[in-house]
Design a binder for this molecule. Structure first.
Ligand SMILES: [Zn+2]
Length: 210
């Protein structure tokens, strides 16, 4: 079930143009001390559930024949730092990447972004891909929010489930596009930090049918 959910999410990010296969990577926490992650360099179109790799929070591979994504440390460090997070989606989507390349934070200027991310999307300090330094920089810049930009690289969205992590990367991509478009017509008007906090609290605790 978790394996199918992870595979389905991986196919969606490719179809939506958020990554060019086989780049990007996704993971899903399956217990308090392990998570499943997409393998390194396998095309999302042909990837099957046996290709996914299970990694323990101690960093050791628990199950799987293939090498895990080269960015597995990024996922590992986020799960260790954030007990509330059960899914992570890392993409290289173009508008979010524009902010990452300019090394400019993406302000939470639009309500869906403010609600789901909980503030501006910060840019983690640059580090080479696949390194522990990149993972630690990302955790620092992420804080208790739901998205972070990786300098000259891409974006990471996290969620309490896979649906939420997917929604985060979509909303960040849309927010980046809206921000850039608004600069052509006079520039965005920023929301107040208190307004963003109210919206995020509402989203976390009261949104939906409950
Ligand atoms: Zn990447």
């Amino acid at each position: 079930m978790s394996r199918e959910e992870l595979l389905a999410a991986a196919r969606e990010v490719v179809l939506e143009g958020l990554v060019v296969s086989p780049w990007g990577n996704l993971s899903l926490r399956i217990s308090d001390d392990s998570f499943l992650i997409t393998p390194s360099g396998v095309d999302y179109k042909t990837m099957d559930s046996e290709d996914l790799v299970e990694i323990g929070l101690d960093g050791n591979i628990k199950q799987g024949k293939l090498k895990p994504s080269s960015e597995y440390q990024l996922h590992l460090e986020i799960y260790k730092a954030r007990r509330d997070i059960r899914a992570i989606v890392h993409t290289h989507s173009p508008y979010a990447s524009a902010f990452a390349v300019a090394r400019k934070r993406l302000p939470a200027v639009i309500e869906d972004l403010a609600q789901i991310v909980g503030g501006d999307v910060e840019v983690a300090k640059y580090a080479l891909p696949g390194t522990g330094v990149l993972a630690r920089n990302a955790v620092l810049a992420l804080g208790n929010k739901f998205a972070v930009l990786l300098a000259n690289h891409g974006v990471v969205g996290v969620g309490r489930n896979m649906e939420e992590a997917l929604r985060v990367v979509r909303v960040v991509e849309k927010g980046a596009k809206v921000f850039l478009l608004s600069t052509i017509i006079g520039g965005p008007v920023l929301l107040e930090p208190e307004e963003i906090q109210v919206m995020h609290d509402f989203y976390l605790n009261k949104y939906g049918q409950r």
